[in-house]
Design a protein around this ligand. Structure first.
Ligand code: PGA
Length: 254
């Protein structure tokens, strides 16, 4: 199975010059990695072309943080899959909790996911509960997010799907607030079970499941070793090249 480290730069940094500095520094400090490991950097749309056009290597791939559910036309402010592809973007993050907070509901996320997969884009679908209740309601919540986004997806298309489990309560904090590896292990088992119901065991087992939410160099080792994940979606720590490189190293070698 491949391993993934996906950098979600969100709406950072403020200038192109700063984006270049961070990217160049990531390139400089990045360890040599094995073939199975994928490093994907997802800058904001305005920085994408600048970063991808300057890169000649093959080790790093690029992703967008969102895309339109429409192929083209009158959709002010949106970016199409084809426009992103033209900038050498191979991946797209969809359904991130920060987009859901802005009003994207399951129906819209489904439209985007279906459209992206139909066009062969590697699609990172984010799911995650905001709170954890004693009764385990959060499990059905996660199942609903997955089932809704992937409803009626033709099985052959899931080879380009990646799931990122990101509990909202663990995003944007410090390593000490992230999940424990044990909780994460339970959750990834549940996610794989949900995927198996949709696509059968063989296909479901091949869908990478990542974790996101305060992944830092201090907790990545235990999460990777005991969390039953195929990698991470990294927010704030991905803007710090040295820290990001340590995270890559752990994911690649553990
Ligand atoms: P964080 O963000 O690593 O800063 O918690 C993760 C994410 O929101 O993708």
């Amino acid at each position: 199975m491949k391993r993934y480290i996906v950098a979600n730069w969100k709406m950072n940094p403020a200038t192109q010059a700063a984006a270049r500095r961070i990217f160049d520094s990531i390139k400089r400090t990045m360890p040599r990695i094995k073939k199975r490991t994928r490093v994907v950097i997802c800058p904001s749309h305005v920085h994408l072309s600048y970063i991808t056009r300057r890169y000649r290597g093959r080790t790093i791939s690029f992703g967008a943080q969102d895309c339109s559910e429409f192929p083209e036309g009158s959709h002010t402010g949106e970016n199409s899959i084809n426009q992103l592809r033209d900038l050498d973007t191979e991946y797209v993050i969809l359904g991130h909790s920060e987009r859901r907070e802005l009003g994207e509901d399951n129906a819209r996320i489904r439209a985007k996911v279906q459209h992206a997969l139909a066009l062969g884009m590697r699609t990172i679908l984010c799911v995650g509960e905001s709170v954890r209740d004693q009764e385990g309601e959060y499990l059905s919540f996660i199942a609903r997010e997955i089932e809704s986004a992937l409803h009626a997806t033709p099985e052959r298309r899931v080879s380009r799907l990646v799931i990122a489990y990101e509990p909202v309560w663990a995003i944007g904090r410090g390593a000490e607030d992230a999940m424990t590896p044990h909780e994460l292990h339970q959750m990834t088992l549940f996610i794989r079970k949900t995927l198996t119901k949709l696509f059968g065991k063989k296909r479901a087992q091949r869908i990478p499941v990542l974790y996101g939410g305060s992944v830092e160099e201090n907790n990545v080792l235990m999460l990777m070793r005991d969390g039953n994940v195929d990698g991470f979606l990294v927010g704030h720590a991905s803007l710090e090249p040295k820290q990001f490189s340590s995270i890559i190293k752990v994911v690649d070698t553990v």
